[in-house]
Design a protein around this ligand. Structure first.
Ligand SMILES: *Cc1c(COP(=O)(O)O)cnc(C)c1O
Length: 382
């Protein structure tokens, strides 16, 4: 395949998506320019109502990013110094950054080698480690729904209940996915998601949201996102933050929400082509039982780092976008190593050298997807 004559296949294509959004997007933005309520304008409340209906949650509070959603959720529970927050070692940095910002200690947990989701056996061992050491109070579990698939929420809830832990769903990559026929959004005490442009439901800037079944929590989140304000504007009840979603991003998300289900369906079609065409050549992603993925990431596993580098250079030469999520588990990151107790987390440590993410945005054509698989099969000699 000659990269000079065949157009490249981008990893993400937000411009092609704009064409599918049509005039709705401009109409939404023009409406905001006309009314001028750039902070907490009517689009923000409209979006919150529609997102809550979309995932079946009782309350939705939009915020400025997925990271701020995680932070506000933990602030509302008073998580801080002396608290242990259990979370997977194989995730985006924000999951571990937030407890540390609040003075709490992240306790890293290993992941499943086939689904890449948090491993319940490892979680139980890590909780026992913390109890035995007696230095930290087990306070919360952040379950991450990695790459678009749900974590094992029934299992996580049972462990949380046994140990009296708050459950926070980091659903930044998986909003729109389902577990046991229900969309994610009410599987934990609070669910946080992100509207970063590359996420399944992405804005044209930063944004996020919190979902909860608790009216008290929802009220706290609203207060915390606006500097801890009370019932009147200049009453400050608690330490909060400047954590609101802006009206322009809400307007963009309202336009995008209308095509969101079709986008997830298209991503599923692409995933199936990959599954079929790559079977036998690489390890294709294992599905979490009784779930539907939002397909933020389609990640394959190569036999080892050499095979992965071989595949990468072939994709590179063919002009095909690809990415590595995540090259290094969080407990081995310079910023986080000091808070790790040294416990080996072998799966998280190995995945970084074998994993490779292929393009899965909804504007890929079948022909393009077949070009990706043909390039990979040729590179791997089958
Ligand atoms: C993207 C992401 C976040 C952070 O979301 P932002 O909106 O970028 O702050 C948190 N957790 C996970 C797992 C993510 O992928």
């Amino acid at each position: 395949m000659n990269a000079e004559t065949v157009p490249p296949i981008p990893f993400l294509d937000l411009k092609a998506q704009q064409a599918r959004l049509g005039p709705k997007l401009r109409q939404r933005l023009d409406a905001v320019l006309a009314h001028g309520q750039f902070i907490l304008g009517p689009e923000v409340a409209e979006l919150e109502a529609k997102l809550a209906i979309f995932c079946g949650a009782s309350h939705c509070v939009t915020v400025s990013s997925g990271t701020d959603a995680l932070q506000i959720a933990l602030m509302a529970e008073g998580v801080g110094r002396g608290d242990a927050v259990f979370l997977p070692a194989f995730t985006y940095t924000a999951t571990a950054e937030v407890p540390l910002l609040l003075g709490a200690t992240p306790v890293f947990v290993d992941v499943d080698p086939r689904t890449f989701q948090i491993d319940l056996g490892s979680l139980q061992l890590r909780i026992a480690d913390v109890k035995r050491a007696g230095k930290l109070r087990p306070a919360a579990i952040i379950g991450v729904d990695l790459f678009g698939q749900p974590a094992n929420w029934p299992g996580l809830r049972a462990i949380a209940q046994e140990n009296n832990l708050f459950t926070l769903d980091d659903c930044a990559q998986s909003f729109g996915s389902t577990l046991h026929g229900r969309r994610l959004g009410r599987d934990a005490d609070a669910t946080a998601t992100s509207f970063f442009p590359s996420k399944p439901l992405g804005a044209y800037g930063d944004g996020g949201a919190l979902f909860t079944e608790s009216a008290e929590r929802a009220a706290l989140y609203r207060s915390l996102r606006t500097h801890g304000e009370g019932t009147t504007r200049y009453e400050v009840l608690r330490i909060g933050m400047n954590g609101r979603l802006d009206t322009m991003q809400a307007a963009i998300l309202l336009a995008k929400l209308e095509i969101f289900e079709a986008e997830i369906a298209r991503r599923e079609e692409i995933a199936r082509i990959y599954d079929t065409q790559l079977a036998g050549a690489v390890a294709t992603p294992a599905r979490v039982p009784d779930s539907k993925s939002a397909w933020a990431v389609y990640a394959i596993l190569l036999t080892d780092n050499m095979a992965r580098e071989h595949a990468r250079s072939a994709l590179q030469r063919a002009g095909i976008g690809h990415a590595i999520y995540y090259p290094r588990p969080l407990h081995n990151q310079p910023a986080y190593a000091a808070c790790h107790d040294g416990e080996p987390l072998p799966v998280a440590e190995e995945l970084g050298s074998r994993i490779l993410a292929l393009p899965i945005h909804p504007d890929l054509t079948d022909t393009q997807v077949h070009r990706v698989t043909a390039t990979l099969r040729a590179a791997l000699g089958n």
